[in-house]
Structure formats: structure tokens, C-alpha cells
Design a protein around this ligand. Sequence first.
Ligand code: DLL
Length: 437
Amino acid sequence: MESERYYQPQAETMPVEQIRQMQSEKLVRQVRHVWEHVPPYRTKMEAAGVTPEDIRGVEDLHKLPFLTKADLRDNYPDGFLAVPKADCVRIQSTSGTTGRRVVAFYTQEDVNLWEDCCARAIVAAGGTREDVCQVSYGYGLFTGGPGLNGGSHRVGCLTLPMSSGNTERQIQFMLDLGATILCCTPSYAAYLGEALKEKGYKPEDNKLKAGIFGAEPWTEEMRRDIEKSLGIKAYDIYGLTETSGPGVSFECREQHGMHINEDHFLAEIIDPDTGEPLPDGEKGELVFTSLDKQAFPLLRYRTRDICVLDRTPCPCGRTFVRMSKPMGRSDDMLIIRGVNVFPSQIETVLLQEGYAPNYQIEVDRANNTDTLDVYVELSEEQFTDTVKGVTAAEKKLAGAIKTMLGINPVVHLVAPKTIARSEGKAVRVVDKRKLID
Ligand code: DLL
């Protein structure tokens, strides 16, 4: 087998004790930076009776209070900004939420580190400067496109900044320019595979060798299907806007867990109910502390992703801990067509549009594309409407939900008291996709 290649070999294969030492030093520095420049987190530390002097290394991490998405939203837009705005060169933002989105700020150095993380993922997937990298994640506020675009430049690949959508054009550029690496969501990769087949192309008709897929849950079964339909090796990549974006962790050729870039991110697993740290190997909620980020540093940020950490040595030679694929969430967030959706957002729209909050959200997958159906009960008065009136009302409500989420739902207005209640409590979400193995 070809010898393993790394983008930053010194960091990626650093002895474990050295990583821990480095994390301790960076943590002490980062806690002081946050204490001095992020008043809302300082208030949390004061409430917990912790000062920077109490944090002497990673063994003291558990003393720090947790940070949640709600903290960030409450301090919208820039309450967690830790440097002067003039030192920032970029923002990115979470998908699908209007109003109080989470806005992540970056200095140039933050962007550089983020792009390095994405470059590590591309090299781990076999990328070199000879490659043609088609980036079909969305560009804009979403981190997928900009992150992988930057990583691809750093590796020196010829980058095709396709963004998402327009499948005809994706296929044309993929074939005409000989794309060798594809970066997009796994559901879009599966969709492209089908679209190619429908056009009569076989897997060997494209030059792709690898795909870097993430931003949403996907199963091993889906991986096998994509690998077969595109004739590639499919790699997982993970990240979240709050921690920069994609590249917090990535798969190597072993395809057995994603290596967390531990020189930049300190990972913990906690019990989502008690907040107690759990030993490695136990399943719980993933919590990140960003060790280098300057503009938007986060200490003990609760991702709500349920995972397991694996510290056994990896045959690829990388010493960074591996995280499992996320196995679920400790909150009710859904990822639909790559967009993060909270049921409460849909509820907000219903109330604004004059409906009672009796609804059910049904998510499924047809032709590798997520579908979103929203069933809404009409009140007795609303129910007397004509069919024409109901259809118009469904369209109007669908439009309002689309404005809130950025994705198109199918709205079904149904008769009063027809939505199933279990034990008196409405079931808000029915997710028919089998996204977890
Ligand atoms: O999805 C960043 C990203 C872009 C990752 C491109 C990978 C590739 P957000 O939109 O903030 O950021 O959503 C973050 O998506 O907390 C997970 O629940 C989920 N997620 C991200 N990657 C994966 C993955 C981007 N590989 C949220 N597998 C996270 C499963 C994932 N879920």
C-alpha cells in the first residue's frame, strides 16, 4: 500500500503526551483570553466561582461552566466576539434560523487554521495538488462551501467552486473537467450517483476517486451505495459553525471513526442529563473547547451530538482521538437537506400565521432527497373553508415556513383532532429516515 500522507505530519502524528501538554498550555491561555474579552462567559465563570488561576491544565477543564447554543443566541450578534471587529475578516452563520442566528466571527488567522483543518481532511482522503476538487457544498453563510474551498486551495488542488444545486451543471463540470474529489452532503452525493446512472453513465465514466461527505448523519449502508454508484472511496467529515465549520474531525483511509484535530479542539464526552464527564469509550454528548480560535473562542461548548471517543491507536499513524459518527442528538434538532431545523421554528410560524400549535412534522427520504411534510390541524371555524381556500392556505403557510427555514415543505391542513396523540402528548416529529446504523 502507498505510504500514508499527512498535510501537517508533525501535528497529526504528535505523541499523545505531547498533545496533552500542548492542550494544557493552550487551554490556560485561551481561558485568560475569554475571561478578559467575553463578558457573558466571564459572568458564567464568576457564577461558578472559577477564575483563570484555577485552570492550570486539561485536568481542570471540568471546573469551567458549559456553553450552549442558547447562550450564543442570547448574546446575538456579537456578545461572544473576543477581538475588535476591525481584526475580523469574515463571518459565517448557522443555517435555517431567522432572527437570532448564531454568528461566528473569524480573524485571518482563524480562517487559516480552519482551512488547514479542511486540508488535512482532503489529504487524508488522498488529495494532492494533482487533484481536481469539486466543492458542491453550499457557499455563503453555510460553512461547507467556504471551508472545503479553502482546504482545497491549501492542498493546491484545482478547485471547482460549484456550490449546491443545478445537478446538470454539476455533472457537466465533473465530467468535462475531470473532477477527482467530490465534496458535498452524503445525500447529494447519492443523488448525483443516481442522476449519472439515469443519464447512462457508469461509475468508470467519471474520474472521481474520493468523496468528502458530511454536515448530516449518514449510515454505513449509504456509504457503500455511494461508493458503488460513483466508483469512489467515501470519507466522513464533521464540524459545526460554532467551532469554525467542517474539519473539526475527518476520516482517514481506515474509515473507522473521525480523527479530531486535537491540537485545535479539546474534546470531552459528558452525560447529557447530569453534565458529568464520562470516560473514553462511553456514549454521551460531545463537548468542544476551541484552543486557538481568537475571534470566537468557545469553552466547553455543548454540541448536542451523541458520540463515542476511541483512543486506541489508528493504523494510519495519526495520533488524534477518533470520534464515532454522531448517533443522535440530545436535543430535538433535525437536519433536513443539510439545513438545521428545530420543530419550535415551525411552531413559531404556525402561531404567526394564526394556527393553533397542533401539528406533526414528518421527515422522510425519497430518491436520496429529504422530504418535509407538515400536518397542521385546522380549528373548527377554519375547517369550514372551501377546498380552494384550503389549498391557498396550504400554499401560504408553506411559503411562510420556507421563509423561516430556507427549505420547501409540503403543508397538509387536516381536520380538527386528527393528529395522533400518544398518551395525551402530541408526537411532534416522525422521522422515517433510517440515518443511524
Ligand atoms: O454542518 C458544518 C459542516 C459542513 C460539516 C460540511 C461537515 C461538512 P452546521 O450547519 O452548524 O455545520 O451543523 C452542525 O451538523 O452538530 C451535527 O449534528 C451535524 N453534522 C455535521 N457533520 C456531520 C457528520 C456543518 N459528518 C451539525 N455526520 C452538527 C453527522 C453531522 N452529523
